[in-house]
Design a protein around this ligand. Structure first.
Ligand code: FSX
Ligand code: SF4
Ligand code: F3S
Length: 378
């Protein structure tokens, strides 16, 4: 579609959305920013960054800012299943609130067990009322794997004694859009790792509606908020990869934009943590980095307002946004080496061949040549 047409469609959509009443009576986003000492200029800079992250032309920046302002028109139900709550915490527990976390506050969270005040009957009634009141209009975000055995009573919440899986199924049935937040909800996560004692499943396995996966253990705050903004702007599913991950966030490989990539190409590796190579910022492949097998935007967007990310902090990527990474990515601090990586890669089976060639002996120039050849094939 032509750029001008997309621009006018989005403008129209935002105009319609702005006619909707606010879901809750809260301060506007500009008031919130002011309260936290964030200037309009910083906000516009953030909006420009988000626009680029979603691969939109810079002329769309004012639309992005408007979409952020309209996040209070959108009811959101957030359910917790089996997980560590790290996904919510990564958004909520910043020492100084970021624009992303303020937007998360601004979204009308109708139900979120970590932060709501209600308990018992009241909490359960809130969930049921929200589903009823906003039927077909709310966004459902689910965090955690879903223990899905029919005879177990895992995650039974509230006086009606509904199981977690039932809560998730019912909330999904009436949602306008569904996001699996984190690797647990996207792919099962740590509780689905062998031997999976609770029969934990990804959200997509318990509903037949489309689920957009936002993996990462935890996913970055930018990827969570970016998905909400994408939905406000377009109201449709984003382009997805083979694992239903939005391509704008998961379409690149950690290894391809890693700041240590030059070291990998030159065959300069950390041999063990704390050695001279580690001090010099050498490549972490031999101490277990799974960046060559992992698709996510961490090396480009980083975490905590772009300050750092795992590899910058000195540890290899553990592949936390890949399906079944607990079982398939081997020991965290050892290379996968020539163990055949059996799952398919995000977009290209040719990648699998390149990856299989990454053996301990061939690592370095030969591996680079293999990956380079694959890239040229694309
Ligand atoms: Fe899972 Fe989110 Fe890992 Fe934790 O809850 S993705 S265990 S960071 O927090 O679901
Ligand atoms: Fe970076 Fe890891 Fe690739 Fe080395 S192996 S360049 S540390 S992503
Ligand atoms: Fe996860 Fe690797 Fe990024 S471990 S946070 S995908 S660098």
């Amino acid at each position: 579609m032509e750029k001008a047409k997309i621009f006018s469609d989005i403008t129209e959509r935002l105009d319609t959305l702005s006619q909707f009443p606010k879901v809750k009576d809260s301060s506007s986003i500009s008031e919130l920013m002011q309260e936290h000492g964030i200037s309009r200029r910083d906000f516009m800079k953030w909006a420009a960054g988000m626009t680029a992250m979603l691969s939109l032309p810079s002329a769309f920046t004012p639309l992005m800012a408007k979409a952020a302002e309209l996040t209070d028109r959108l009811p959101v139900i957030w359910l917790h299943m089996a997980e560590c709550t790290g996904c919510s915490e990564s958004l909520l527990r910043t020492d100084a609130p970021t624009i992303d976390s303020l937007i998360f506050d601004h979204i009308s969270l109708e139900y979120h067990e970590t932060i709501m005040a209600a308990a018992g009957w009241q909490a359960e009634a809130n969930l049921e009322n929200a589903i009823e009141k906003y039927k077909g209009k709310y966004i459902l975000m689910v965090e955690g794997g879903i223990p899905a055995g029919s005879s177990e009573f895992y995650l039974t919440v509230g006086p009606h004694g509904k199981r977690g899986a039932e809560h998730a199924k019912d909330a999904a049935a009436n949602a306008a859009a569904i996001f699996a937040i984190g690797t647990c909800s996207s792919f099962g996560g740590v509780q689905a790792a062998n031997p999976n004692p609770t029969n934990a499943k990804p959200l997509s396995k318990i509903t037949n509606k489309p689920v957009i996966n936002v993996p990462g253990c935890p996913p970055s705050e930018k990827n969570i908020v970016g998905n909400v903004l994408h939905y406000i702007l377009f109201g449709t599913l984003p382009a997805l990869d083979a694992y239903n991950r939005p391509k704008w966030a998961y379409g690149i490989r950690i290894h391809d934009l890693c700041e240590r990539r030059g070291r990998f190409d030159a065959g300069e590796f950390v041999q063990q943590f704390g050695d001279e190579g580690a001090k010099k910022g050498y490549c972490l492949y031999k101490v277990g980095c799974k960046g060559p097998y992992t698709f996510n935007n961490c090396s480009r967007e980083r975490f905590n307002q772009h300050t750092s990310w795992p590899i910058q902090a000195g540890h290899g990527c553990i592949g936390c946004s890949e399906p079944d990474f607990w079982d398939t990515m081997g020991t965290f601090e050892e290379p996968l080496a020539d163990k055949l990586y059996s799952s398919i890669s995000a977009d290209s089976t040719a990648d699998k061949i390149g990856i299989a060639l990454l053996t301990v002996t061939a690592v370095g120039i030969a591996a680079h040549a293999a990956i380079g050849a694959v890239k040229k094939d694309k």
